[in-house]
Design a binder for this molecule. Structure first.
Ligand code: SF4
Length: 457
């Protein structure tokens, strides 16, 4: 007989939330794994002894986590979603008939707590991963991604330093007859030095290859290659290069790992992190870097051989180009020059010199650093490191952007953007923590293979 369900709303129901959340539910597992009691002490300084009770700090952080785990980090949507989901209510410790915090409370509390509290939570989750034996800390893969700021390009205006500039700017803005403009006057190029967003002045104009210019933040993150756990994540200004942030990222990793006795030995990154200061930073920290040199690096000059012991080049005709002094151009450079008398009757003079009377070669003083890196990257182990980089940090960035709410920050200012990125990193690590079952593929593979075989790959 065909059944037909009749719905009649009950005034009282016999109902237990925990019975309705299955044992394999992510929020049930997280509730069992997460111990956030330390948050009461960490946030006590933000509250007085009297007055209206604030949101429970644990509930606040759990709700933020829900936003990233559900890829819906908007405060309004988080609260709406929580009110509709039994598993989320169970996770945050609310009954179905209890009133949830107002969405603006999340926004205000996010602003109230310093970044330190968010970092503390990140470290706590990282500690749980370390205690479970997931991390070795030895090898870190570093990469970055632009994260869209909460501001439109329409909000970008000229930066006006003082009233005088403002007045002259007003005059400049008055309609002008283009015909009266002095010849050769070009419109000022739009850049982060002369323009800023009025909505979010911390965001920066930047562009991905093939895409239009947007206001972004730059998220820098590092991943432990032994179990794909994020060891550091944070927001940076998007108008600088990756290599300018490498030292700051290494410092963050060190801060997060050293208290657990983990020491970074190797760092893998792409060519955007290659610069003399970045390589020096790695050396000063005793870390072996695997960072390909940029396209402008030339390991050899065609036909010219460098003699390290004599610090000179030998030309195709066997004549010496001696060191002739230093010069400043994009950093300190070394100058090598041939003798005019050697070149005077050379049979390949025109091809080698063009219209000049002598040959001049210029090298960065830091070239030995790049030479060493070039050698390392061309060894079998260096090539292996590049494969590992691609299979660890790149998919994790994709995961954060596509599934963990990091496509865009919905806050204003770099401090809040940093908090958002830390929360996305925590959400990712928690997912790994509750799924963890053993060694990662690469470490299992590398430990199985003999070093000899690995190098012959
Ligand atoms: S032109 Fe001068 S530098 Fe060039 S190959 Fe001849 S001798 Fe050497």
């Amino acid at each position: 007989m065909q059944g037909k369900k009749q719905y009649q709303e009950k005034l009282f129901t016999n109902f237990q939330l925990s019975d309705r959340v299955p044992s394999d539910n992510i929020y049930r597992k997280l509730k069992e794994v997460l111990d956030l009691q330390f948050l009461y002490t960490a946030t006590a300084k933000y509250y007085g002894k009297d007055g209206q009770k604030s949101i429970d700090p644990i509930v606040f952080f759990k709700l933020l986590l829900v936003g990233y785990l559900e890829n819906q980090p908007s405060d309004r949507r988080i609260v709406h979603m929580a009110s509709m989901r039994l598993d989320i209510l169970y996770f945050i410790g609310y009954n179905i008939d209890e009133e949830l915090p107002w969405h603006s409370t999340l926004s205000r509390t996010r602003q109230l707590y310093d970044e330190d509290v968010f970092n503390l939570l990140f470290k706590q989750v990282l500690k749980q991963c370390i205690d479970k034996g997931m991390l070795t800390g030895k090898r870190q893969a570093i990469d970055s991604v632009y994260v869209k700021a909460n501001a439109a390009m329409d909000s970008v205006k000229d930066i006006l330093d003082d009233a005088e500039v403002f007045t002259s700017q007003l005059k400049e803005d008055e309609p002008k007859d283009d015909a009266n403009k002095p010849e050769g006057t070009k419109p000022q190029k739009r850049s982060n030095t002369n323009r800023a967003s009025t909505t979010d002045p911390d965001s920066r104009m930047s562009v991905k290859p093939g895409k239009i210019t947007k206001l972004n933040y730059l998220s820098q993150l590092s991943v432990d290659t032994s179990s794909y756990i994020i060891t550091s994540i944070g927001a940076f200004h998007a108008d600088k290069k990756d290599c300018q942030y490498l030292d700051a990222v290494l410092e963050k990793i060190d801060n997060n790992l050293k208290e657990h006795g983990l020491v970074v030995e190797e760092v893998i990154a792409d060519a955007n992190y290659s610069s003399s200061s970045a390589l020096e930073s790695l050396i000063s920290r005793g870390i072996t870097g695997y960072i390909p040199n940029t396209g402008t690096y030339k390991p050899e000059r065609e036909g010219f051989t460098y003699e390290r012991e004599n610090d000179r080049y030998l030309c195709p005709q066997g004549n010496a180009l001696k060191f002739a002094g230093y010069r400043e151009h994009h950093g300190t450079q070394k100058n090598y020059m041939s003798k005019r008398s050697d070149c005077k009757n050379c049979p390949i003079r025109t091809k080698c010199l063009g219209k000049s009377d002598y040959k001049n070669l210029v090298d960065s003083v830091k070239k030995p650093l790049f030479d060493e890196m070039h050698k390392r990257m061309n060894e079998a182990y260096g090539k292996q490191m590049m494969i590992i980089r691609k299979s660890t940090v790149e998919p994790i960035i994709g995961n954060l952007i596509e599934y963990l709410g990091m496509r865009k920050v919905n806050t204003i200012g770099i401090k809040l953007a940093n908090k958002c990125m830390i929360m996305a990193g925590i959400a990712y690590n928690l997912k790994k923590l509750i799924k963890y079952g053993g060694k990662c593929f690469w470490d299992a593979l590398l430990s199985l293979l003999s070093p000899r075989f690995v190098f012959s790959l």
